[in-house]
Design a protein around this ligand. Structure first.
Ligand code: ZN
Length: 327
């Protein structure tokens, strides 16, 4: 924690009331700590797979089962409402530490763009400080992206359950840490606005089956995919931004990444934002988008067309390991 910020913050809090007191993020981290560094985006080297569970293998807060097991792809909005949700996956497999795209988070904060981050449990565990910052930021919401990026169409029921619940548990541990830090800074527990449990799940590889969808709903999580896949690997960021901006529709959910693996994401988003704003779009989290309309769902999970991600079952097996074992 940035102790040097705590005292001025507390004084400000005393004299300014709850709006300022609620700014947990700025109370706990200084500007430089939040800004991170370009090197944060680098991945580690491949290592022996680590399949150990988090400190707690089940969350204390268990959600009630959800009705309806289909995957949300987009949201039908009332006429004239031009909202879209940018979503960023934070994937981490069992055999390599992923990165954190600080540049992207800085851009979203600077431009005041709400966003949803679907975080792998292992990513949360290996990036606790960045995870806490995302959780403390009222602009952002987090979702579950599986413990070690397991493919829900390949894993058995126990494996799927571990992917979901271990991530729920890791989130809960971090939320407890955030609450401890808020208290230590003299803030009330209500300053922690992050919910007690993650309520949305983004299936790794965009793979699901009727059984995995039902199992996810039974654990109280709503499966959320996307209707727009950004062309993040395109080295021509301007072309990728134009293409992205042209394909977003009112109610769209856009798939992007914040784990530093696609190299151009921040630049593509930076270039796409003015184009989308010129088309009248503003941005909300997935939860807010769902509140604004009616979910359009699918019994299948896919990138752009049903079946277009089936090949990943063969390429990645259960999905928790990189197919190449050396860098
Ligand atoms: Zn992923």
């Amino acid at each position: 924690m940035a102790v040097r910020y705590a005292l001025p913050f507390l004084l400000l809090c005393l004299f300014s009331g709850p709006a300022v007191c609620a700014d947990l993020l700025r109370a706990l981290w200084g500007q430089e700590e939040l800004a991170g560094a370009p090197l944060d985006r680098l991945q580690g080297r491949t290592h022996a797979p680590d399949d150990t569970p988090p400190e707690r293998t089940g969350p204390n807060l268990v959600l009630p089962p959800r009705d309806g097991a289909e995957a949300v792809r987009r949201v039908a909005l009332p006429p004239g409402v031009r909202l879209a949700a940018l979503t960023f996956d934070l994937c981490e497999l069992a055999d390599r530490r992923a990165g954190y795209d600080a540049e992207l988070a800085n851009l979203l904060r600077r431009e005041r763009i709400p966003a949803t981050f679907f975080a792998g449990g292992r990513w949360l565990q290996s990036h606790p400080e960045q995870a806490l910052q995302l959780m403390a930021d009222p602009l952002f919401e987090l979702g579950n992206h599986g413990w070690t990026h397991g493919n829900m169409a390949v894993l058995d029921a126990d494996g799927r359950r571990e992917q979901l619940l271990w991530t729920q548990a890791q989130y809960e541990l971090l939320r407890e840490e955030l609450t401890r830090r808020a208290r230590a800074a003299g803030l009330p527990e209500s300053a922690v606005a992050a919910p007690g449990a993650l309520t949305a799940f983004r299936p790794p590889y965009g793979r699901c089956t009727p059984a995995s969808l039902a199992g996810t709903a039974a654990l109280g999580l709503r499966t959320v995919t996307w209707d727009v896949v950004a062309d993040e690997m395109n080295p021509d960021a301007e072309a990728a931004a134009r293409d992205l901006a042209a394909r977003v529709r009112p109610g769209s959910i856009v798939l992007l990444h914040a784990n530093g693996v696609p190299p151009h994401t921040a630049r593509i988003v930076e270039l796409a934002l003015p184009l989308l704003r010129a088309r009248g779009f503003s941005f909300v989290t997935v939860e807010k988008l769902l509140d604004a309309g009616r979910a359009e769902t699918s019994a299948e999970c896919f990138f752009n067309r049903p079946g277009d991600n089936l090949f990943l079952d063969r390429a990645y097996g259960d999905g928790t390991r990189h197919p190449k074992k050396t860098d």
